[in-house]
Ligand binder design. Structure first.
Ligand code: AMP
Length: 171
């Protein structure tokens, strides 16, 4: 059994006071643990016809890309606003103060494409819920959402109710 938590470092008060940042860089840098994480993220979706894996900027990219390769799917970046060069669709989500938005190219995949969403951490679920909205606005059919880490005390899963939500470790 791979102990994923042993490779995730807690960084208190980053990026601001009161937040315990889950640093996954030691996990990514450990070949065996990284490979196991990619396999375990992909595993529930093998044979489900996933055509696109969408990753959320920026740590989501590091996981979505190998998962897409593992599933024989394409990879699509969901980016912070203003980064993509062509016509985009956006979705907003609430921050502690105000809102932010994420974007994907409006033609990132064809209508009806089966899409798996990947990110490193499911916290309050605001970002993932906005990403699901975005995927569906482009015409994708969400197959599920998978995260390395779920901060279950923040109840982010509630914002994704009715969806196939997976996580490898939970705090
Ligand atoms: P949320 O919208 O609250 O679910 O936050 C999810 C996004 O913020 C993900 O893209 C994570 O990378 C990042 N995030 C939130 N909380 C943490 C945390 N404690 N440690 C690392 N990343 C986090």
């Amino acid at each position: 059994m791979i102990d994923f938590k042993a490779h995730i470092h807690d960084v208190p008060d980053f990026p601001k006071k009161g937040i315990v940042f889950k640093d996954i860089t030691p996990l990514l840098a450990d070949a065996k643990t990284f490979a196991a994480a990619v396999d375990r993220l992909a595993e529930p979706f093998v044979g489900k016809g996933v055509q696109i894996v969408a990753g959320i900027e920026s740590r989501g990219f590091l996981l979505a890309t190998p998962v897409a390769y593992r599933l024989g799917a394409g990879v699509v970046p969901i980016r912070k606003k203003g980064k993509l060069p062509r016509a985009v669709k956006s979705a907003s989500y609430a921050l502690e103060y105000g809102t932010d938005s994420i974007e994907a190219h409006a033609d990132a995949f064809s209508k009806g494409a089966k899409v798996l969403l990947i990110d490193d951490v499911l916290a309050t679920g605001g970002t993932a819920a906005a990403a699901v909205q975005l995927i569906e606005a482009i015409g994708g059919a969400l197959v599920g959402a998978a995260f390395l880490i779920e901060l279950s005390f923040l109840d982010g899963r509630k914002k994704l109710s009715g969806r196939d939500v997976r996580s490898l470790v939970s705090y």
